[in-house]
Design a protein. Structure first.
Length: 319
């Protein structure tokens, strides 16, 4: 997994999109559409893996419902109002092609396509700063999240009621053991930061992120950048479709002919959280499984759509 740098200065080539060089002789017939895939390996990854993955969309957070709670404080501290606003329309094929074309040297400063991804015949910039640009956020000094240096017993004590250590022999916490304000924060985390379809239990990684967010800022660009790279290299669901579609649009990719959109889930609000908690309680009491097999992935959305419908699609965030 690439290590995003703590410095807020963006390294590497300029952010202007570049036409991709020819990758084959005119005498060699293409075995794949090279206007969509940078290499044959990317095409094969799409054909045998990426094309079959489920896409998990971002969710809007109705911030007015949580202004005086932990979730509202976390959003305000990190200046994430635009991050949790209504996500833009996302297109299935653009998202899947983007993931297929993420290469292993994405974060290698010595590689010609450092922090660039091939999309529809050209290279577009993709980096922590580009992610912040999409959300209209300024680069900020923030500690790089390091889950490995967080004591699990301190995490459990901070997040839960009646627990003074991480449960022996378990890799997860029961969702119902979380403090009420932490459960609310977890809705946003499991939807927009560390996507999962498994909401009835909380993994160690997710618990450490919840613990971190209670008191510290998070460099959103670095965190999402590393997560997207990690998702590409693991056979899981795909996340951040609105972000990926938006970055493509900002860099001049023509989306006018795209047809299939990613189905959006409902917003996170007070009524929806109550409904979701009842759903989780029934699921745990009856031993039923989460939708999509309870998969966890390193980065942004979760389970059943139980909240109020989202409003119509807004324009992309301002740059």
């Amino acid at each position: 997994m690439p290590q995003a740098k703590k410095s807020t200065q963006e390294a590497g080539p300029s952010s202007g999109k570049r036409k991709a060089p020819s990758k084959r002789s005119s005498k060699q017939p293409a075995t794949y559409d090279d206007t969509k895939f940078e290499t044959e390996d990317a095409w094969l990854a799409y054909k045998h893996d990426i094309s079959r993955r489920t896409i998990l969309p971002e969710r809007r957070v109705l911030t007015s419902d949580f202004a005086n709670e932990l979730l509202g404080h976390v959003i305000a501290r990190n200046q994430w109002e635009s991050f949790v606003a209504t996500p833009r329309v996302a297109y299935v094929e653009i998202v899947k092609e983007f993931y297929a074309n993420i290469h292993e040297n994405l974060d290698n400063p010595d590689h010609p396509q450092y922090r660039q991804v091939y999309v529809r015949g050209q290279y577009i910039p993709f980096s922590p700063v580009e992610i912040l640009r999409y959300y209209g956020l300024e680069d900020m000094e923030a500690d790089i999240f390091d889950a490995a240096h967080t004591n699990p017993h301190e995490v459990a004590t901070s997040l839960c009621h009646g627990i003074d250590q991480w449960p022996d022999g378990s890799s997860t916490l029961d969702y119902r053991s979380l403090l009420p304000q932490v459960r609310t924060l977890d809705k946003m985390v499991s939807a927009n930061l560390l996507p999962t379809t498994h909401t009835s239990t909380v993994t160690m990684e997710r618990a450490r992120l919840l613990y971190w967010l209670q008191t510290k800022t998070l460099h959103l660009g670095n965190y999402i950048f590393c997560n997207i790279w990690h998702i590409r290299n693991n056979r899981r669901c795909l996340a951040f479709p609105s972000l990926i579609t938006g970055i493509c649009a900002l860099n001049g990719i023509d989306l006018s002919h795209e047809i299939t959109t990613v189905k959006r889930t409902m917003q996170i609000d007070r009524i929806g959280i109550r409904s979701s908690e009842l759903h989780i309680a029934r699921k745990l009491d009856h031993g039923t499984q989460d939708p999509l097999g309870g998969q966890d992935i390193s980065a942004g959305v979760s389970g059943p759509a139980l909240d109020n419908p989202m409003p119509e699609d807004p324009p992309p965030p301002a740059t």
